[in-house]
Design a protein around this ligand. Structure first.
Ligand code: PMP
Ligand code: GLN
Length: 389
């Protein structure tokens, strides 16, 4: 036992996820938690009832089929057709996972060999670094820089090497709120085709686009056979605890991802799968109202943070707003977030933890607005009192 660290070297330095750390801090201090992104109101009652009904009727209480229950796979296919005009075969081109988190993990474990390089937008969503590391591959950051956080296509071209295996892309992007434009998505697709790269897209915020539109990369020329699209029910339907996610891709890609997935969880969330099938069939008005509600909350929080003295980078998508704390006379986001519950009774997340380069996101701090209006109002009030007198 001596001499050798217990933790596998690949996971060294990854520590505890910042979301758990910051939520624990909120619980300990009683501060308003605008750190970890989870709503403080559950999703539609009809969807919650659908889960109860499934549970009571004995649907999904035993192991569901490995790829997911047929009702959900069909609902996923219909959702992709309804919103994007995309066609998938529910039997061979869909895989239900334990949230988008497992889908990302399974995709990395399935598609990567040690030594492969993965290009991803930096700041990275925290599980990407861990999953790429667990697969023995290397992450290569394409850094998004304030104030616009736009990806630099010339830079992307220079990052591609013979070792590049895949692009792991997230739009709408957590934590910056950047949403790829059609021109950017098209340029990325061209590079992927030119260099014969796989593309894994994390689209969990697909229904939270306030400016522009969500463009699934798989819809672009040459992308159908090389793209693994990932999404999940957590954000779209405000049931983050259910952990129902999914992959849509060509049959060979789904088969590869399924091979890894079946040895991670095999299956999960039986009764919830039936409920999410119903959620995906909610009318267009549900999705439009959800987006409008979140947009109003974005404006409330962004305006409040501006008045409190933060520099605010208003997000085009997601339910996060990234700020810069330098106008407050601060220059260390991690220290700032640790002290924030004491100073203002609010919890936020330091973006620095999503960067490899410790300088790049040092002064950026992320707040979520997926909370009730009165909670956001209270939070911005506290921040204004703490920082703007
Ligand atoms: N990707 C991104 C970008 C996220 O913000 C999150 C958090 N919801 C996830 C993946 C994980 O999603 P899930 O809870 O469905 O595992
Ligand atoms: N996606 C959520 C966020 O960015 C956190 C999910 C988690 O805790 N893993 O806040």
């Amino acid at each position: 036992m001596t001499g050798r660290p217990l933790l596998n070297r690949r996971l060294e330095g990854l520590g505890t996820t910042i979301f758990a750390e910051m939520s624990a801090l909120a619980v300990r201090t009683g501060a308003i938690n605008l750190g970890q992104g989870f709503p403080d109101t559950d999703g539609p009652e009809s969807v919650r009832e659908a889960a109860v009904r499934a549970l009571r009727d004995g649907r999904g209480n035993q192991y569901p089929p490995g790829p997911g229950v047929p009702e959900l796979r069909t609902a996923i296919v219909d959702h992709q057709r309804r919103f994007y005009g995309l066609d998938f075969d529910p039997d061979t081109e869909v895989l239900v996972t334990a949230g988008a988190t497992e889908a990302v993990a399974a995709a990395m474990l399935a598609l990567l060999e040690p030594g492969d390089e993965v290009i991803a937008f930096e700041p990275f969503y925290d599980s990407y670094a861990a999953c790429i590391a667990m697969a023995g591959a290397t992450r290569v950051p394409l850094t998004l820089r304030a104030p616009d956080f736009r990806p630099d296509m010339e830079r992307l071209r220079t990052l591609i090497t013979p070792r590049t295996r895949l692009l792991l892309l997230n739009s709408p992007h957590n934590p910056t709120g950047m949403v790829l434009t059609r021109e950017e998505a098209t340029a990325i697709a061209r590079l992927a085709v030119e260099h014969d790269l796989l593309v894994v897209t994390d689209e969990v915020y697909e229904h939270l686009v306030f400016e522009g539109e969500h463009i699934p990369l798989v819809s672009l020329p040459g992308m159908r056979e090389r793209t693994v699209s990932i999404s999940s029910a957590g954000k779209t339907f405000s049931f983050t605890g259910w952990k129902i996610g999914w992959v849509t891709a060509s049959a060979p890609l789904v088969a590869a991802v399924r091979t890894a997935k079946q040895f991670l969880t095999y299956v999960s969330g039986g009764p919830f799968q039936y409920a999410v099938a119903e959620a995906l069939r909610l009318p267009d008005t549900y999705f439009a109202d959800f987006r409008a509600d979140m947009r109003a909350k974005r404006d409330l929080l962004a305006g409040g943070l501006e008045r409190a003295g933060f520099t605010v980078f208003r997000p085009a998508g997601t339910y996060f707003v990234t700020t810069d704390i330098r106008p407050l006379g601060e220059n260390d986001g991690v220290a700032f977030c640790r002290a924030l519950p004491e100073r203002a009774g609010v919890v936020a997340v330091p973006n620095a933890v999503f960067y490899d380069d410790p300088e790049a996101g040092r002064t950026q701090v992320r707040f979520t607005f997926c909370k009730r209006t009165e909670v956001l109002t209270d939070a911005v009030d506290r921040l204004r009192k703490a920082f703007a007198g």
